[in-house]
Design a binder for this molecule. Structure first.
Ligand code: HEM
Ligand code: HEM
Length: 201
């Protein structure tokens, strides 16, 4: 299997694949951390610590997602699998667009929540690197109302992300196990199928 940094006509390249799976794993971890954090006693040290970790992982997801979006905008995606019907192509495109939007909007809304908080706690990535608050959110007259609004938006977007991710994962599994085509092989090349070298590699 050739090490292909950029996307070829038939499959995603190593950069897109590594970013896809890093972000997918980090989001799974982050969802678990977010819902686990909500179970801890309000005001406890354990909840405070979990939130600091949640902020660090979430901002890492934001950085990786921006890098990924820029990479996607400057390199064309592989051609759609030739076996897909036009409606399937359009639906996949819509879901992918929604996922790109949400992997940036969800952490941005979380960052806005923290930035609006009247407590004004500084953000420290992994306890070592200082990270700024978003401007504007901390300067509004009623910081508590803004924090509550941003938290509600963060939560709403999290549920939208879960819904789209479930559709996306079910679609990938349908292609792999029911339709038995090469779609999953475009993101996991060692599965074979789309990974075979072609003229563009
Ligand atoms: C893709 C990235 C992220 C995901 C999937 C995610 C997910 C979640 C989940 C599941 C919750 C619990 C439900 C809720 O109360 O909303 C939550 C809460 C929260 N998240 Fe995130 N989050 C992400 C990024 C961030 C970032 C970057 C920040 C801040 C820098 C952040 C700050 C918060 C805060 C302040 C809460 C409420 C905590 C509390 O109620 O004590 N999140 N998040
Ligand atoms: C929250 C987790 C995930 C997110 C946010 C996500 C996001 C995305 C996005 C935005 C694309 C479009 C890539 C592009 O054109 O640049 C994509 C492609 C893809 N994803 Fe995911 N993904 C996630 C999890 C998964 C999982 C768990 C699987 C496998 C079960 C998977 C399988 C695929 C496949 C096969 C493609 C290529 C589809 C094609 O070329 O038609 N993804 N993903």
């Amino acid at each position: 299997m050739a090490l292909l940094l950029r996307n070829s006509e038939r499959r995603y390249g190593t950069v897109a694949i590594i970013l896809h799976w890093l972000i997918a794993i980090a989001i799974a971890l982050q969802l678990w951390l977010g819902f686990f954090m909500e179970q801890l006693a309000e005001g406890s040290f354990a909840r405070f610590e979990a939130l600091q970790r949640h902020k660090s992982v979430g901002l890492t997801i934001l950085i990786l997602s921006v890098v990924r979006l820029v990479w996607r905008l400057i390199h064309s995606a592989p051609r759609a699998d030739p076996g897909l019907r036009p409606i399937e192509r359009r639906l996949a495109g819509l879901v992918h667009f929604g996922l790109y939007f949400l992997i940036i909007a969800v952490p941005l809304a979380g960052w806005a929540t923290v930035s609006a908080s009247p407590l004004g706690l500084p953000i420290q990535l992994y306890g070592v690197i200082g990270w700024p608050h978003l401007p504007f959110f901390g300067a509004v007259a009623d910081g508590q109302a803004m924090e509550d609004l941003m938290h509600a938006i963060h939560k709403g977007l999290v549920f939208a992300l879960i819904a789209l991710a479930v559709i996306h994962i079910l679609a990938a599994l349908r292609h792999q196990f029911l339709l038995k085509n090469a779609v999953l092989g475009r993101m996991i090349p060692w599965l074979g199928g789309a990974a075979k070298p072609d003229k563009s590699e």
